[in-house]
Design a protein around this ligand. Structure first.
Ligand SMILES: O=c1ccn([C@H]2C[C@H](O)[C@@H](COP(=O)(O)OP(=O)(O)OP(=O)(O)O)O2)c(=O)[nH]1
Ligand SMILES: [Mg+2]
Length: 153
């Protein structure tokens, strides 16, 4: 297992008290659950999107890493609560508050409680491209075929 020391700032005094500090739910968890740092429960009508604070900021500080904010499968599948941006990408130089765009893509009203786990944060490796402009590529097996070019079976 590799772990990475990550600087985090607590922006709301309720974090670590009334609202739990993010943690891995199990030893094998890839994601850290992010909690809604709300003052009161928030009702999302069908189709509505709201930007929700987490009360935390992180500074990854290493361009070879990023973080992604992903939906929680239970909320997304059962209740239609996913992310307004589908996936959130946290740059290694971002120092602002972690924000979660919550979108009720379902057909029923859903209420997010104070401190509810609304999304998850995954740290991922990143490779920045160093472009080398060429006029032709060495030919590959696939070539320019895509979008179903290999058939459906
Ligand atoms: O779900 C998200 C997505 C992004 N961010 C923060 C961290 C990220 O580093 C920054 C910028 O995100 P992104 O580059 O995806 O947004 P943009 O619309 O391109 O804004 P910018 O012009 O600030 O890059 O916003 C969040 O807090 N939550
Ligand atoms: Mg950007």
């Amino acid at each position: 297992m590799t772990t990475k020391k990550l600087q985090v700032r607590i922006l709301d005094e309720r974090i670590g008290n009334q609202i739990a500090f993010p943690e891995y739910a199990t030893d094998g968890s890839a994601g850290l659950d992010l909690r809604a740092c709300l003052d009161q429960p928030l009702t999302l009508e069908p189709g509505q999107t709201q930007l929700i604070k987490t009360g935390l900021s992180i500074h990854i500080g290493d361009p070879a890493l990023a973080a992604m904010i992903l939906p929680r499968s239970g909320l997304g599948h059962k209740h239609g609560i996913v992310l307004g941006n589908l996936v959130g990408l946290i740059d290694s130089d971002y120092q602002g508050e972690l924000m979660v765009s919550c979108w009720n893509r379902g057909q029923t009203t859903f209420t997010i409680e104070v401190g509810e786990r609304i999304a998850q944060l995954v740290l991922v490796p990143v490779v920045q491209a160093d472009f080398e402009v060429v006029s032709e590529f060495n030919v590959s097996d696939r070539g320019e075929g895509g979008f179903g070019s290999t058939g459906t079976h």
